[in-house]
Design a protein around this ligand. Structure first.
Ligand code: F0G
Length: 412
């Protein structure tokens, strides 16, 4: 078996997504993770002639994302901050849409804090420690803050999370509180919270940015592509379907699959399908209009609070991922999200939060555009326990019984 190439940090570069400005990852982070030349977002790439990590799957001694450390831009010598993220189940869904024979759910709700964010947080916090960061900060619709809070505790660092007033699922806030984060509510929506956090890190060097603008988050999140490939028996799915909010995850998963191909590991890439809620769908609108830019949605509105985002910061990367992959973007109605979430739980035993049910709602809509035996992987991004308030129930409505006989006498 070919030996895993252990890559040191100096082979990785920050590269601007617009003007191609580059700098070595080994140096310190560019301020706010923005291009020093044009201010656009940065991605992390392997230097052109650096040896590629061809056998990513040789390290069987670990189950977390750090199994793939040969493909992560972190030096071997640093202390990896981990809670055992990754290694989530890929489950065959047979009853939810019978016409699709190979519909699979990648259940990211089984990560340590219940969402895919943990993959990226593990890598970004490892980097933050290396950079001597003191206070880690993010704006969040909930899951990023839960994850940041947990991994900051793990690293022994402080965290500050800025959440939009109202609309944040209480389950997510409970997590941030439990892990000891400092929580600030910001007037307005997620987009204004992210703007404020971006200003905060640019004006005060004591704060370190942990939103998905931080390209180390993307590097961690790309590992889900490696896992899917491995779990499918070294096969690439035909479609990957996922909810899109700030658009970091679709860029990350696409990067993972693209790297597998570029590194000579796989021979194809999947089509990426980005799903947004009807009331928060700037990327869907841009693609529908064949536009190269988005028109932000001023007042995004949806029951899926995790993706209630009108001005996604990584829109350019998302549009590229969808176009390059030959995929598309669709919006779904809140009522279809609610139904899909219920079906996933009652027919498949997979309980997800609202945003995570959006891909299932989309597959039901799109089944005529797909072949019946296409391999379709939906990313179930977050655990259903997070937004419990959306399952309406009155505890006093359940029958109260005194003994077994009263159960037996009832028609249940
Ligand atoms: N699904 C869930 C459960 C999420 O929490 C998010 C984003 C997304 C999908 C969309 O991912 O932003 O990378 O396109 N949640 C962020 C947060 C915004 O603050 O927790 P994306």
């Amino acid at each position: 078996m070919e030996k895993v190439q252990r890559l040191s940090g100096n082979r990785w570069l920050f590269r601007c997504i617009s003007c191609n400005w580059k700098d070595a990852v080994e140096k310190s982070d560019p301020p706010g993770f923005r291009c020093a030349n044009c201010g656009d977002l940065l991605q992390i790439v392997l230097e052109g002639d650096a040896p590629k990590p061809r056998d990513l799957f040789a390290d069987v001694s670990r189950t977390s994302i750090w199994r793939y450390s040969a493909a992560l831009p972190v030096k071997n010598s640093v202390r990896q901050i981990t809670l055992g993220e990754g290694n989530t189940p890929l489950l065959h869904a047979k009853r939810i849409e019978r016409s699709m024979k190979n519909l699979l759910i990648k259940y990211e709700g089984q990560n340590p804090t219940g969402s895919f964010k943990d993959r990226g947080m593990s890598v970004a916090i490892t980097r933050a420690v290396e950079q001597n960061a003191k206070v880690l900060v993010c704006a969040s619709t909930g899951n990023t803050s839960a994850s940041l809070a947990a991994y900051s505790s793990r690293a022994g660092l402080r965290s500050l999370v800025v959440v939009p007033e109202g609309k944040v699922a209480s389950g997510k806030l409970v997590q941030a509180i439990a892990y000891g984060a400092k929580i600030v509510r910001m007037k307005g929506n997620f987009d204004s919270a992210l703007k404020s956090v971006t200003r905060l890190v640019s004006e005060n060097k004591g704060f370190y940015l942990m939103n998905s603008v931080n390209p180390f988050r993307i590097e961690g999140q790309k590992t889900v592509a490696f896992e899917i490939y491995e779990q499918l028996g070294r096969e690439v799915p035909d479609y990957v379907v996922l909810p899109v909010g700030n658009a970091g995850n679709i860029s990350a998963i696409w990067k993972g699959f693209r790297e597998l191909k570029e590194w000579g590991i796989s021979d194809k890439t999947p089509k990426m399908i980005g799903v947004q809620a009807e009331g928060a769908s700037p990327i869907v609108n841009a693609l529908a209009n064949d536009s190269d830019t988005i028109v932000p949605v001023d007042k995004p509105e949806t029951i899926a609070s995790a993706i209630m985002i009108g001005n996604p910061v990584s829109w350019k990367k998302a549009i590229r991922a969808i176009r390059e992959s030959g995929g598309f973007a669709v919006s779904v109605r809140d009522s279809d999200i609610v139904e899909a979430r219920m079906h996933l739980a009652t027919k498949e035993g997979i309980f997800v939060e609202m945003a995570s049910a959006a891909p299932i709602a989309a597959v039901k809509m799109l089944k005529d555009r797909m072949q019946k035996d296409d391999l379709v992987v939906c990313i179930a991004t977050g655990n259903g326990l997070k937004d419990q308030e959306l399952v309406k129930f009155d505890p006093s409505s359940f029958p109260l019984v005194e003994d077994v006989n009263s159960i037996l006498s009832r028609d249940l």
